[in-house]
Design a binder for this molecule. Structure first.
Ligand code: AMP
Length: 318
């Protein structure tokens, strides 16, 4: 049976459903999470459906989370979206649940679900939720379409990245035709930002380092972020803008997070696969877009060195 149909069959069986996604929620995680919550509730208004995970204030427009008061986890269904690894599931533990479904477009890391629905060649988890709706003939409301649209736009960076496919356009076009949402008016939600962030972007470009083989990187300290009035998540929103720069093959933004006592790395590549090296540094992700959490600036230097070697080898072969 088609996996989406099987998933829908399981959804029908459970009265209590919890929908989770990864920590550090982004538009795809949130778009698919709140989109799926509304889809289920529109077909089954009597079910209890909870969206969980810590709120990202920047993305509040996607919706608000539900409190898990008096929920019997062992009798509930857990659906985890956009999260390949156990350690990055936000707010719940799959082991507490009667049944678990994973819906994800990342390469497999941990098998933690009864149904592992993975489509590595899909642009986003939101694209999978649009497809799940059509396969099961669930009507998509305007509000749901808006969330799913922003999810696809967020992860593809406006249909720019690899894995944006004919299928992506077909599903999105069908949804836009069916729901008639005013999609251009939605971009403001994702892209509107204060001037200090733009100035911070200027700082990053001015201070970017470049290794011999084409690894660009910048170490953003807590002091600099305070100076510009931005937080440790800000740099991550700008990382994709360096995709088409002649000299750069792999690029990394390191941001110090004093509160969590770690250094976040956002990593991108237009050459070698970067997820394997990232996984050595408490990270992982897609082949051309990964992230890691480091303990020290020394680790950051080691990571840069590892990628420099990787790019060197890549250049010899290509
Ligand atoms: P980001 O740079 O935060 O946009 O992340 C790029 C990709 O790497 C996303 O697919 C994330 O799911 C993944 N990723 C980011 N940080 C980590 C981490 N610490 N561990 C595993 N995967 C990560």
């Amino acid at each position: 049976m088609n996996l989406y149909k099987e998933i829908y069959k399981i959804i029908k069986k459970y009265d209590s459903i919890i929908i989770a996604r990864h920590i550090g929620a982004d538009p795809d995680a949130l778009g698919s999470q709140f989109g799926l919550r509304e889809l289920i509730l529109s077909s089954f208004p009597n079910k209890k459906v909870y969206a969980v995970g810590s709120q990202a204030s920047r993305f509040r427009f996607f919706g608000s989370n539900d409190k898990l008061d008096n929920v019997n986890f062992s009798k509930s269904l857990l659906i985890v979206l956009d999260t390949p690894d156990l350690k990055r599931i936000d707010g719940v533990n799959p082991n507490d649940f009667g049944y678990v479904i994973k819906i994800d477009h990342h390469p497999l890391v941990d098998k933690y679900a009864n149904i592992e629905c993975i489509k590595e060649d899909y642009s986003s988890t939101s694209q999978m939720i649009i497809e799940l709706s059509y396969v099961n003939k669930i009507t998509i409301s305007k509000e749901t379409a808006e969330r799913l649209y922003l999810g696809v736009v967020g992860d593809t960076d406006r249909f720019l990245h690899d894995y944006t496919s004919v299928k992506t356009f077909e599903l999105v076009t069908r949804m836009l035709k069916d729901t008639c949402i005013n999609f251009t008016s939605l971009y403001k939600n994702l892209y509107q930002r204060p001037l200090n962030e733009v100035r911070f972007e200027g700082y990053i470009y001015q201070n970017l380092n470049l290794t011999e083989n084409g690894v660009a990187y910048i170490k953003i300290t807590d002091k600099i972020m305070k100076e510009y009035g931005v937080d440790s998540a800000s740099a991550g929103n700008m990382i994709n803008d360096l995709k088409f720069v002649n000299e750069i093959i792999v690029w990394i933004f390191f941001s110090e997070d004093i509160k969590s006592n770690l250094i976040r790395a956002n990593i991108r590549s237009v050459g070698p696969y970067v997820n394997e090296v990232a996984s050595k540094y408490n990270g992982g992700g897609h082949i051309f877009a990964s992230g890691a959490r480091l303990k020290s600036w020394e680790d950051a230097d080691n990571l840069v060195r590892d990628y420099d070697t990787l790019v060197n080898e890549y250049k010899k072969l290509n």
